[in-house]
Design a protein around this ligand. Structure first.
Ligand SMILES: [Zn+2]
Length: 156
């Protein structure tokens, strides 16, 4: 799935969940949107690896949609921030990371959420960069817009 679609899902998850956690919406959404790019550190040409040169060694050691596309990195990330008493950072990072994994589960390649302990992949009908992904991206952006408008009270 393309970086922009992941960011749309990360933003949407942040918009939905920030109020439930009583968090400030803007920093929460900024962090969840950023974190929605993190799992693709295991892909050579991903947006995150183009942005952050320091993570470019990861695809050499880890296969794409292997460990970094399991539920373990976001849990470890959250535990680290929790141990540092920085849940306000750890929570949106975990939310954005999980939004990425959830959206990759919609693709044909799918996601093995329990890698390396299982080989079971959750797969969907979306082809990366295909028409369905563009339609999905549009739908998520419209939903995000509606969430922003409703949170600012424009729908009453
Ligand atoms: Zn991915």
């Amino acid at each position: 799935m393309m970086g922009r679609t992941h960011m749309a899902f990360g933003a949407g998850a942040g918009l939905l969940l920030a109020p439930l956690f009583g968090a400030s919406v803007i920093p929460f959404v900024a962090l969840s949107t950023f974190a929605s790019l993190l799992p693709d550190v295991d892909h050579q040409n991903s947006k995150i690896n183009r942005m952050l040169p320091i993570t470019r060694w990861i695809p050499v050691l880890f296969k794409h949609r292997g460990f970094f596309h399991s539920i373990f990195p976001p849990l470890i990330l959250y535990a680290l921030f929790w141990a540092l008493n920085l849940q306000t950072l750890g929570l949106p990072l975990m939310v954005g990371y999980l939004a990425h994994l959830g959206s990759d589960c919609l693709t044909r390649l799918g996601c093995n959420l329990l890698h390396p302990f299982s080989t079971f992949r959750i797969q969907g009908p979306i082809l990366t960069d295909g028409l369905r992904e563009y339609v999905l991206f549009g739908c998520v952006m419209v939903a995000n817009g509606a969430l922003v408008l409703s949170s600012t009270g424009m729908f009453g």
